[in-house]
Design a protein around this ligand. Structure first.
Ligand SMILES: N[C@@H](CCC(=O)N[C@@H](CS)C(=O)NCC(=O)O)C(=O)O
Length: 241
């Protein structure tokens, strides 16, 4: 287990300050679910937290200690200075955006906008995450555990992701972002797995669709997101040298 500061540079120095951070995020290097939370914090400009990295290959997420934080033994988990514990990346992102007032959610007073946000979040979780996650697992994660990808599973998942973005293309011709005309958490939710699609050589799924590609550019060209992604890329390169 290693403790990092929240510096935009993923590989940063050990905490030396005695001041208690507002909360700790238990995550892992290269975890798309952890990155969803890190991107939310970066967009909110929030830095008063500690990132504790668990080594998934060593099974640190299944330790009795971690299972007290996450009963299914997964990451990410947030533990506040007061001891409030929360798991599930999207629940953590929404909690953070609400508590620290990041402008990433529709106002509660706009019932229709809030419902459209929920709808967009459900679409991302139901139709996108599973096939995109399968591709990331087969083509990316399996490399690190020395297993070959299941090519049939990849082809099947690719078909589902293509179909998903055919629909998204039509929707994004009518609006700038997934939940409407404002950038929200739902747009952030897509970023880590789409990055994996690019890393696995499937970026054309995004680039070949005009409205989807324009949406993606709008998302990744946001200053805070661009900075975090660039710092992670640099850290990953340094780690591979
Ligand atoms: N739906 C959960 C998924 C959590 C999850 O599957 N995390 C992965 C890392 S990205 C994990 O902990 N894998 C290790 C394991 O399953 O043992 C979320 O959004 O937080």
């Amino acid at each position: 287990m290693s403790k990092l500061t929240n510096s935009p540079r993923f590989a940063s120095k050990l905490l030396s300050s005695s001041k208690m951070p507002a909360f700790t995020i238990y995550g892992s290097r290269g975890s798309t679910n952890t990155d969803r939370v890190r991107l939310t914090l970066a967009e909110g400009g929030f830095t008063d937290y500690e990132l504790v990295l668990l080594n998934l290959q060593k099974g640190e997420q299944k330790s009795a200690e971690h299972k007290k934080r996450h009963p299914w033994g997964k990451i990410p988990v947030l533990v506040s200075a007061e001891g409030f514990t929360l798991y599930e990346s999207r629940a953590i992102c929404k909690y953070l955006a609400t508590k620290y007032r990041f402008p990433l959610l529709p106002p509660d007073s706009d019932i229709e906008a809030a419902a459209l946000f929920d709808q967009a979040q459900c679409a991302e979780m139901t139709y996108f995450e599973e096939p995109a996650g399968r591709i990331a697992f087969e083509k990316f994660a399996k490399k690190f555990i020395g297993l070959p990808p299941d090519d049939a599973a990849v082809s099947d998942a690719l078909r589902s992701v293509e179909l998903f973005f055919d629909v998204a293309e039509r929707l994004l011709l009518q609006k700038d972002y997934m939940a409407g005309n404002n950038f929200t958490l739902v747009d952030i939710y897509y970023i880590p797995l789409i990055q994996r699609l690019f890393a696995c050589g499937y970026g054309d799924i995004i680039a070949s669709r005009e409205a989807v590609s324009a949406w993606w550019d709008r998302c990744v060209n946001r200053l805070a997101i661009k900075r975090l992604l660039a710092a992670d890329k640099e850290a990953a390169l340094a780690a591979s040298r």
